[in-house]
Design a protein around this ligand. Structure first.
Ligand code: TNX
Length: 499
């Protein structure tokens, strides 16, 4: 049985359920949401069987999807899947749990029907995830990713039972989201010069609505990131008054960290933050908004009379405290609108952060350790384990200094999102983990080869309990899973599906 991520409990049975001309999918209760899940299951089974397996509002069907609010021990995302020679029962407390039961059933269907018959092995599975936050970041800035591409990724991550898609939407090299209030953010900020051509693109508010809706149908929540106060060149190129110097600068064409950041000395900058955040809040229903906070040089602030004035007026000791002043103000603003702030681990610098702010730890696990000890929730994205822009095979390592970045499949599989240094109580604040796909060196056609198969290992280390994790067993299951990826057109390892 080659299910990835590995389920919590599996009891193998005898024999098979064989899809036949009588096979029907029944749903209970008969409501719209379950009907949608029934349709997803019908698509999977019909494709496998080569004929339509219909969905009906009945309990009298061999394949039965049941939602039962009393199944408390399954939690919000767990499910039970029982396959016998005569029936397939999928049970959960929530629609999301049923959706994951369907994903597991997809892994149990044969890759190809044998002599035209689809046989599904008898088994009893009870499953639920270890962590609630199972995410991936796509950087749609350094290279733009089309709406269709994002939707394809929503399918791929949901199949691996991930539930958060963090979209990195603003940076030095582009601004990728339409603002009606600040139209130059896209008319200027969405494009950069690459030789004689203009490279870029952005999502309209309608595109975002479509992506958000699609993600909801796959139980994926989209967390938008608007990077403040650094990685701001594209915004400053659009509205130069947002920087300390107010000089006109182009959208960046190089990768790196840049000194022109937002000017927190001027009130107009905060007006801008709030205006953009209002639009982001209206577009994304997620309770969480990511405001970046990473890699913000303080050099301009040191020279800026507005910033120095702010430091004085607010009794701040230095520019680090000025950064935390920004984050605190934004946190309050978001909280007043019912949203929680997430920021990269740099937002801990300068202190004074309210405990409701969530820390995403990327420079190792230190951010998560400090955060959880200080009462913050944390998401773990240590670059040593889950930076999938780093090479995954020796062949992908471009040059010597990059050897330390080599992050093999086995290394990803060894990742544990709970740092050793924290107490069991503090570990409750580790919401989960997120892998990242920074795209400086990955235009969208190269994203598959960076993410796969590492995303499969990642899904297992955050879904399955540590005692179910076993590298040898995982690599065996992957042999079947590679064929599934191939069937889905995933270019794992950049081999176009060929080992
Ligand atoms: C660090 S992770 C960054 C990104 C880069 C990435 C490249 C983080 C908060 N900042 O801006 O794309 O490294 O690996």
């Amino acid at each position: 049985m080659a299910v990835i991520p590995k389920p919590l409990q599996v009891k193998n049975g005898e024999g098979f359920y064989t899809l036949n001309s009588e096979s029907r999918i029944g749903i209970q209760p008969a409501n719209q949401e379950l009907n949608k899940i029934g349709t997803i299951l019908s698509t999977v089974l019909s494709k496998s069987a080569g004929r339509e397996i219909p969905v009906q509002s009945t309990t009298d069907a061999a394949i039965l999807l049941t939602m039962n609010p009393n199944e408390k021990e399954l939690g919000e995302e767990g499910y039970r899947l029982a396959i016998s020679p005569t029936a397939i029962h999928l049970t959960a407390k929530t629609p999301q749990g049923l959706f994951y039961a369907v994903q597991t059933l997809r892994c149990l269907c044969p890759l190809q029907p044998e002599n035209g018959s689809v046989r599904i092995p008898c088994v009893q599975i009870e499953d639920k995830p270890q962590y609630a936050w199972r995410g991936i970041l796509l950087d749609c800035v350094r290279h733009f990713m089309s709406k269709e591409f994002i939707k394809r990724y929503i399918d791929l991550i949901a199949f691996h039972k991930l539930n958060v898609l963090h979209l990195h939407l603003t940076d030095d090299q582009g601004w990728r989201i339409e603002s009606k209030k600040y139209p130059k953010l896209t008319s200027i900020g969405a494009y950069r010069n690459e030789g004689d051509t203009r490279y870029g693109g952005y999502y309209t508010q309608e595109d975002i609505a479509e992506i958000v809706k699609y993600a909801q149908s796959q139980y994926v929540s989209i967390v938008p990131e608007f990077d403040i106060p650094g990685h701001a060149t594209a915004a400053i190129a659009s509205y130069p008054e947002l920087s300390c110097e107010g000089k006109s600068i182009p959208v960046q064409t190089e990768w790196g960290i840049f000194e022109d950041v937002f000017c927190p000395g001027k009130e107009t900058t905060f007006k801008f933050f709030e205006g953009v955040l209002d639009e982001i809040i209206a577009m994304f229903p997620s309770p969480f908004i990511h405001i970046g906070g990473d890699e913000a040089p303080r050099t301009r602030w040191e020279q800026c009379p507005h910033c120095q004035q702010r430091i004085k007026e607010e009794n701040l000791r230095n520019e680090h405290e000025l950064q935390s002043y920004i984050i605190r103000r934004i946190e309050k603003y978001l909280a007043s609108r019912g949203r929680r702030l997430i920021g990269w681990d740099e937002i801990l610098q300068g202190g004074g952060l309210p405990s409701s702010a969530i820390i995403q730890s990327w420079q190792g696990m230190e951010g998560a350790i400090t955060a959880s000890k200080a009462g913050h929730d944390a998401i773990c994205s240590p670059l040593q384990f889950v930076y999938f822009d780093y090479p995954q095979t020796e062949a992908q390592v471009p040059s010597k200094p990059d050897w330390m970045k080599l992050t093999t499949l086995e290394k990803v599989y060894s990742f544990d999102p709970v740092p050793q240094e924290i107490t069991p109580e503090e570990s409750q604040r580790i919401l989960g983990a997120e892998c990242t796909m920074w795209s400086e060196h990955a235009p969208q056609e190269k994203v598959d080869q960076q993410l796969f198969p590492r995303l499969c290992a990642f899904s297992e280390v955050i879904w399955s309990p540590p005692n179910a994790q076993d590298w040898t067993d995982f690599t065996k299951r992957m042999q079947t899973h590679y064929q599934r990826l191939e069937n889905m057109g995933v270019d794992y390892y950049g081999r176009n599906g060929k080992e």
